[in-house]
Ligand binder design. Structure first.
Ligand code: GLY
Length: 326
């Protein structure tokens, strides 16, 4: 991996000149992440719900599983957890009371699949996997995604739990829409893993913003926005207000920054800089996680409160991300 001097040299001679000059602060490069260590296998995922997902994925990898199976199995734990109110079963609904789901998955060969605006299927990540494995397409959406799922062995379930229904009915009293994402309202699970062969995969799944407009799709099923991996470089996943991530194609940007020599931490900080430069970030949380092929990781958010689970060297632990607003 290139060092910072190489990174500046490459970017200043043109290839990424705009990336350096467009940084909101241009002050955050070369901040080494002291927590980061080069070691694989590694599994990393967003928020506290990532802890259990990591456990599943890492254990599979230690038993010899490849990373694509591990990332799928990992986030399925979160999708099936009714206590998690922002992913799969138990997710808070849109403003009309519908739980609508977005997910994507990508493997070390660059193959990928996704579903958006999918309803009544508990494991959208597995439908995304089947889109990847068994169709010539990358994304299926809405009714088409549902029909595809039903034809491929999935069955319909009511995903609106009693707890979520009561929360929605409480929200309806005022119907105020304020898409704040933070510790109290956890968001997407994005999970990245490198297996024992050194291959990287990623998965990302969510019920999206609570009380969103019916039909709204966020960043999570958009390859390159909510998640992206490149087996030569590393991977990135996003959490938070998806519109901000989509406007900057954040995960692809961060992987490309690492390709130019940025550390995962530097790349995540630049990803956030792109958001705060042009968008009103006061009421908006976004967090990025990135890993490179060596197993270094980085994490950065707009605001405090974003934490993530890191399983590396046999230890699974929660870490608080640093943030743009202190
Ligand atoms: N990051 C999830 C969403 O905006 O839907």
């Amino acid at each position: 991996m290139s060092n910072r001097r190489d990174f500046i040299k490459k970017t200043s001679i043109g290839a990424l000149g705009t990336i350096v000059s467009s940084s909101a602060s241009s002050t955050n490069f070369n901040k080494e992440n002291k927590n980061s260590m080069s070691s694989t296998p590694i599994v990393i995922s967003t928020w506290k719900h990532g802890f259990a997902a990591n456990e599943k994925a890492y254990k599979l990898i230690k038993k010899g599983s490849n990373s694509i199976d591990a990332v799928e199995a990992g986030v399925m734990i979160t999708e099936a957890d009714p206590k998690c109110t922002s992913v799969g079963l138990g997710g808070w609904p849109d403003r009309d009371g519908n739980v609508t789901l977005d997910a994507c998955i990508m493997d070390h060969t660059g193959n990928c699949g996704s579903v958006s605006f999918l309803q009544n299927i508990k494991h959208p990540i597995s439908v995304a996997r089947q889109v990847m494995d068994n169709t010539p397409h990358v994304m299926l959406s809405g009714e088409g995604a549902l029909q595809f799922a039903l034809k491929n062995g999935f069955h319909k379930e009511d995903l609106l739990t009693e707890k979520a229904r009561l929360k929605w009915q409480e929200w309806l009293k005022d119907s105020k829409y304020k898409p704040i994402i933070n510790v109290e309202n956890h968001d997407t699970i994005g999970l990245l893993a490198i297996d024992q062969k050194g291959n990287i995969s990623g998965a990302c799944t969510t019920s999206g913003l609570a009380w969103k407009m019916h039909g709204r799709v966020g960043d999570s099923p958009i390859i390159g926005a909510g998640m992206f991996v490149d087996n030569e470089i590393g991977g990135c996943c996003a959490t938070g207000v998806g519109e901000a991530v989509m406007k900057t194609l954040g995960s692809f940007l961060i992987v490309e920054l690492m390709r130019q020599g940025a550390s995962p931490q530097e790349a995540c900080e630049e990803g956030i800089a792109r958001i705060v430069k042009n968008q009103n970030y006061n009421d908006m949380q976004i967090g990025y996680l990135a890993i490179n092929k060596k197993g270094d990781h980085g994490a950065y958010a707009v605001h405090t409160g974003f934490d993530y689970a890191l399983y590396q060297n046999g230890v699974n632990k929660m870490i608080d991300a640093v943030s743009f607003v202190k």
